[in-house]
Design a protein. Structure first.
Length: 238
């Protein structure tokens, strides 16, 4: 029952939104912006961008975090973290615009993906490193004493014990990405940000509220799914 509480609440929010919008006297512009086909297409585009960005963040941040915790790479930790922190320090809209200006020859989708990947790497990278660093050293030494290789210790001891912390970082990155992808509209990459942008530009409150609520519901839904995955993938006994 606990796991069904969030989707039930989000479903009620969507029903309340539908009833509220249906009760409004919508003009032609609002009807076009709140057309079901348009909203579905923007939602699908939003999910596509979120999936691509999240996949790239995982492919980059997790292996990089593992590499930086190896003894021979410790001297690179500070420079790499400093670079990763830039993505979080610069406002996401500012980073998006800077990349759009710097790489004007690239497609709008590529620019959006690059910006959001740079913005979402830090939580996963940091949690991967923290998760591996907090594994008990005596456990690792005991495994090495039993004749296990470094790669075996990593895959069979360190990573399983670090999974809860790594998954927490992945969950944070997913929620951050889902929210910030709405900004893709400012470089023409689409997503639910288009709905919000239309509402702001035309001063149409129902359109603005609908776009904002859909982004929030999508982010909370992904957070809920990530929470389920976190519980399922957590090694038994932890």
């Amino acid at each position: 029952m606990r796991t069904l509480g969030v989707p039930a609440a989000l479903g009620l929010v969507l029903v309340a939104l539908y009833l509220w919008v249906s009760a409004q006297p919508l003009d032609r512009i609002e009807q076009q912006s709140l057309n079901p086909e348009y909203l579905v297409s923007r939602t699908i585009k939003h999910l596509e961008l979120t999936a691509v960005v999240s996949g790239l963040v995982l492919l980059i941040a997790v292996p990089l975090g593992i590499a930086l915790t190896r003894p021979g790479a410790r001297r690179f930790v500070s420079p790499v973290l400093a670079i990763a922190n830039i993505g979080q320090a610069v406002p996401s809209i500012g980073l998006l615009v800077l990349l759009a200006v710097a790489f004007i020859a690239l497609s709008v989708n590529t620019i959006a993906v690059l910006a959001f990947v740079a913005y979402g790497i830090l939580p996963v990278l940091r949690n991967t490193m923290v998760g591996l660093q907090q594994v008990d050293r005596f456990t690792i030494e005991a495994a090495r004493g039993m004749g296990m290789t470094r790669s075996s210790v990593l895959t069979r001891i360190e990573l399983p014990l670090a999974v809860p912390v790594i998954l927490a970082g992945v969950r944070t990155a997913l929620v951050i990405t889902t929210g910030t992808v709405a900004l893709a509209t400012f470089v023409g990459a689409g997503g639910l940000g288009d709905v919000i942008s239309r509402g702001i530009a035309s001063n149409k409150t129902p359109v603005l509220v609908t776009g904002s609520v859909l982004v929030a519901v999508l982010a909370l839904s992904i957070d809920w799914l990530a929470g389920l995955a976190e519980d399922y993938l957590r090694p038994r006994g932890l």
